[in-house]
Design a protein around this ligand. Structure first.
Ligand SMILES: CC(C)(COP(=O)(O)OP(=O)(O)OC[C@H]1O[C@@H](n2cnc3c(N)ncnc32)[C@H](O)[C@@H]1OP(=O)(O)O)[C@@H](O)C(=O)NCCC(=O)NCCS
Length: 199
């Protein structure tokens, strides 16, 4: 009985946000990105590196610390993380993808693809690229390109007709080398900021 309990707990922790098999289908030769040396999601160039969907256990692998290099994260408890993971999984359309350094069991890169369901364009799907980050000590080694190309090809694989992102001016060049374009007359991002909710 005890063993069964343990087995279940472990099974739950290794649970993926989305099926990892989809990543094996991505064809990196379809991306305009240039990799020197050549790498891909299935072969990230080092045997200690793996590109995979977010797992429930990633709370303990520094996922939130990694995100805090991108923006403010707050003090998220394990329960809050767990509940958000469950909601994302049930709702569908959330493809949080990470790179792990398996020598130290820590996440070193992440990017999220979210998929919006539409009525327009014949009930089409639109992808959005969000929350791209590489751990600062691992930057400049193609991992930013690797994680962005991975989720961009994933959007195409899942049937999106386009993929969009918002970024700082200094990153426009970076994304252009990966196939993203500023569309003249149609590249403005506007935001409305709401006062912080009280809870
Ligand atoms: C942006 C980021 C993900 C890039 O990761 P990385 O692993 O260093 O990227 P790569 O090694 O794949 O770099 C790819 C190319 O982009 C360039 N580049 C990377 N970061 C850049 C930056 N901040 N500004 C300008 N150019 C940049 C690199 O010089 C490199 O060019 P090269 O191929 O000609 O040598 C990383 O710097 C990061 O996590 N930044 C903080 C979070 C952030 O700003 N996220 C993006 C939100 S839109």
């Amino acid at each position: 009985m005890g063993m069964e309990k343990n087995g279940n707990a472990e099974g739950k922790l290794s649970e993926y946000l989305y099926p990892p098999e989809i990543l094996k289908r991505l064809d990196f030769s379809k991306s305009p990105a240039k990799f020197h040396p050549k790498i891909s999601a299935v072969d990230p160039g080092e045997d200690w590196m793996v590109v995979r969907p977010l797992q429930r256990s990633d709370y303990d692998k520094g996922f939130l610390q990694l995100l805090s290099q991108l923006t403010s994260v707050g003090n998220i408890t394990r329960k809050q993380y767990d509940d958000r993971f469950t909601k994302m999984k049930h709702s569908g359309g959330y493809y949080v993808t990470v790179i792990e350094d398996t020598r130290i069991n820590k996440l070193i890169g992440a990017a999220t693809l979210t998929i919006e369901q539409k009525f327009i364009h014949n009930c089409s799907l639109r992808g959005r690229l969000e929350d791209v980050v590489v751990n600062d000590t691992y930057r400049g080694k193609q991992l930013g390109k690797l994680i962005v190309v991975t989720v961009s090809l994933l959007a195409q694989e899942l049937g999106c007709y386009k993929m969009s992102l918002d970024c700082k001016d200094k990153l426009i060049k970076f994304y252009e080398t990966l196939g993203y374009k500023m569309e003249p007359g149609n590249s403005n991002a506007m935001n409305m900021r709401y006062v912080k909710p009280l809870y």
